[in-house]
Design a binder for this molecule. Sequence first.
Ligand code: 5GP
Ligand code: MN
Length: 348
Amino acid sequence: MTLIENKILNTDDSRLPRILEDKLDGINDIAIISHVNPDGDAVGSSLSLYHYFRKTGRNVNVILPNQCPDFLRWLPGNNDILIFNKKQSAAVDAIEKAGLIFILDFNTPSRADKAQELITGSDAFKIMIDHHPQPDDFADVIICDVLASSTAELVFRFIESAGDPKLVDRVIATCLYAGIMSDTGSFNYNSSQPETYRVLSELLKRGIDKDHIYSMIYDNYSENRLRLLGYCLESKMVVLPEHKTAYMSLSLAEKKKYKYIRGDAEGFVNYPLSVKGVIFVAFFMENDDHVKISFRSKGGIDSNIFAKENFDGGGHVNASGGESKLSLDDTINKFVSLLPEYTREKEI
Ligand code: 5GP
Ligand code: MN
């Protein structure tokens, strides 16, 4: 067993090119896996790596545990993705025959949902590329930089380390840009490192149409989504000034009323953070058998720790998620009861 510390590398680590040369040598079948409820970074980083490895002549498959929202399905290569809960046998085959498995944008096996045992049980060499803190020990090499804006940024740097920046064409750059833009809220957060802008500049040189990518992702919502947002802000937002906290929730009945489809509430959790004085926000979404929770924070509140300690989740310092098997009301009550401990004396 190698100590996990010895497996963690950044993209500029001098050992990386050698490891890649070694591990890619003779490998024909590659599987790329990202996390359940895939977001723009999950899909953008996976598809960019997919196109890259295809250009190197490999047989490569992208596997996602479940379908991504509509506004990401235009990304080039999307139709080739194997959705585990729809095409299970093809997805299982792809993972089982892979000699190399890439784990993108997650660092704990449960995020692979039903594919988790296949990944942890596989003998294939596993390379994780991710930007979340505190990775679990289930990959052979962990390419991790918590300062990176996104996994997509790291994929570009990975391709550079592999010596192939010239293979990054307009298609790959489009997927990468979509990932970086999504994970930074269009460069509003997670985007204070000069390195991110060096990578973006390289992507722009590949001729991407950044305004078109923005529009395809952010101007493609249904009318229902906007009405649902209006309803949430008007009727569901609860502000607790004494805890510098706000929250919103959606029940199954409310989702039905607004003909909710997956992705419709994407980004809602960010709105209450714009209320003066609010530094912690939760969004509760009731599903058939659990409540999914999104957290956002500013400054001293570590939402990753909060999610990990209380709601079986994780993520980043200022953006995390988790879930609860309690009822919606009980979940909210639990959240509110925890606030004094976590928000006391916290400032932006
Ligand atoms: P979102 O609120 O947009 O779904 O997720 C925000 C961040 O938290 C993302 O980085 C995502 O990967 C992470 N995250 C969301 N839900 C979970 C979860 O259930 N477990 C873990 N470990 N991370 C999560
Ligand atoms: Mn990400």
